[in-house]
Design a binder for this molecule. Structure first.
Ligand SMILES: [Fe+2]
Length: 335
C-alpha cells in the first residue's frame, strides 16, 4: 500500500517511484566519490558527474579492446577466451574516457584555452598541456586480467604524468632509456599518488580497485628535445605526427600483460616478448616527481593554476631524469 510522506503527495510518489526503480536495478547506486576537483564526482557506475550533470564520455568495452590495433592486435592473457565470451554476448564496460577534460593550458603562460564549440576546436601540439580523465571499472576479463586500457606507445618526446584520484591502478610500462637500455616495470598508484612515465614508452593501465579515476596531463616536447627516439619499440617506425592523434600511432603492441594470480598480479607474455624484455620489475627507485605538488594540491590544480615557471621546471626535471638514464639508473623495486 502506498503511504504519503510529510512533504506532500508528489514528493511521496517521487520517493516511491525512485525506490521502485532502485529495487529493480534501473537506477545506479547514488553514492558518488569526490575526485579532488570541485564539483566533480564519480558515481559507483563509473560515470562522471559535473555539478550534477553527467559528463559526455567515451565508453570503452571489451569489443573495443578486441578490435584495437587492427593487424597488430592487443596482446591479451587469453584472447581466445575473451573472444568466445564476446561471441556469447559478454561485452562489459571497461572504462569511460573524457578526453580534454580540462581546457588545454599554454605551457609558457597562465592561459587555458577552452573549447570554442561543440566540435572541440581545441589547440594541440607542442606548447600545450592537455588534460584527460579516465574512469576504470572494477572487474576481471576472461583470462584473469583486471579490466584494463588498450595500451599504446607514447611519442618519443611526450611527457605524461598521471594522478590516481579514486581507486587503485597498476600501470605496465616498457621502453628504452636514452642510452638504449630496455626496461619493463609495473607501478601501482593509489588515491592521490602520481607517476610520470619515461619518454616514448608503452603503457597499459589495470584497475585493481574501482571505479578508479585517473587524471593525466601530457605535452609533446618534440623528438629533438627529448633526445634521440631511443624508446621506439623493436621494429617500430616513428610516424607520429606530433599531433594528439600521433600519440596513438600503432607499432607492435607489447606482448606482455598482467593477470590475477590469487591476490597478486603476475605477468604473462609471448615467449619472444619475455625473452626480449624479461619479467616486469617493480616501480623505479628514482622518483623525481615525488614531492612535486604542494600539500593539498592536485595535478589538476597544477594544470589550471600552476605558474609557468613550475611547468617549465617540471619539463626540465623530466629531461634531466631522461638524460640520466632514468628509469634504470638506480634500478627498480622488487616486483
Ligand atoms: Fe599515453
Amino acid at each position: 500500500m502506498m503511504t504519503r510522506g510529510t512533504a506532500g503527495p508528489s514528493s511521496s510518489a517521487r520517493d516511491m517511484v525512485l525506490a521502485h526503480l532502485r529495487q529493480r536495478g534501473t537506477l545506479p547506486d547514488p553514492v558518488s566519490l569526490p575526485v579532488g576537483i570541485p564539483g566533480v564526482t564519480v558515481r559507483q557506475d563509473g560515470r562522471l558527474a559535473v555539478d550534477g550533470y553527467l559528463a559526455a564520455a567515451e565508453p570503452r568495452r571489451l569489443s573495443d579492446l578486441l578490435r584495437a590495433g587492427g593487424h597488430n592486435p592487443v596482446y591479451l592473457a587469453d584472447r581466445a577466451a575473451a573472444a568466445a565470451s564476446r561471441r556469447h554476448g559478454y561485452d562489459p564496460l571497461l572504462y569511460w574516457a573524457v578526453r580534454h577534460f580540462l581546457p588545454p593550458r599554454q605551457l609558457d603562460t597562465e592561459r587555458c584555452v577552452p573549447a570554442g564549440g561543440p566540435d572541440g576546436n581545441l589547440p594541440h601540439g607542442p606548447g600545450y598541456l592537455l588534460g584527460d580523465l579516465v574512469v576504470y571499472q572494477p572487474g576481471v576479463l576472461p583470462g584473469g586480467e583486471p579490466y584494463r586500457s588498450t595500451g599504446h606507445w607514447n611519442l618519443p618526446g611526450q611527457l605524461e604524468v598521471f594522478q590516481t584520484l579514486t581507486g587503485r591502478v597498476a600501470m605496465l610500462v616498457a621502453g628504452h632509456t636514452v642510452g638504449g637500455k630496455p626496461f619493463v616495470y609495473q607501478q601501482v598508484c593509489g588515491p592521490g599518488e602520481m607517476m610520470a612515465v619515461p619518454f616514448g614508452i608503452w603503457h597499459t593501465s589495470y584497475a585493481l580497485d574501482g571505479p578508479a579515476a585517473v587524471f593525466n596531463v601530457t605535452t609533446d616536447l618534440g623528438t629533438g628535445e627529448a633526445g634521440r627516439p631511443a624508446a621506439l619499440p623493436h621494429g617500430g617506425q616513428s610516424h607520429g605526427t606530433g599531433t594528439r592523434d600521433g600519440k596513438y600511432r600503432r607499432a607492435e603492441p607489447l606482448a606482455i600483460t598482467a593477470r590475477w594470480h590469487g591476490a597478486r598480479l603476475e605477468h604473462v607474455g609471448s615467449p619472444a616478448a619475455l625473452r626480449a624484455w624479461g619479467q616486469p620489475a617493480g616501480a623505479p627507485r628514482t622518483d623525481w616527481l615525488a614531492g612535486w605538488l604542494a600539500c593539498g594540491e592536485s595535478l589538476a590544480d597544477l594544470h589550471l593554476y600552476g605558474a609557468p615557471t613550475r611547468l617549465t621546471a617540471l619539463v626540465q626535471a623530466a629531461r634531466e631524469a631522461y638524460h640520466q638514464d632514468w628509469p634504470v639508473n638506480e634500478g627498480f623495486h622488487p616486483a
